[in-house]
Design a protein. Sequence first.
Length: 131
Amino acid sequence: MKFRPSYLLFLLCFFCFTCSDNKLKVKNNSSKEIIVYYFRTDEITEYGGGTRILPNFTKSIPAINRTKWEEVFEESPDKKVRFYIYDADLMVGKTATEHLDWIRDTKNCLSKQKLSVSELESLNWEISYSD
């Protein structure tokens, strides 16, 4: 049987989509667009990109480079993950270096939550933000 490249691409995309852990959701109950970042420690050493969420919208946050969110928590020294929420309008036009500097200065943060797996399970894997 001869495989077509488009068929292989479809299988690869399907495999990646079905293996991603999308159970963690952030619900934006505010009137502004937000960006959510997560880190395994209090020290923010690298910029990994964030997830933008429109006002009054709920969006899944992917476990970047991991199959399951539990793996992200296991890799954290204290088994907790920090979730930082920023005003998306304040990030427009910034370079990756400027983003990292902005994120590190946590006074710019609208909300910071440090959660364990059990705490997220009690929230049904949904973090809510309201302004």
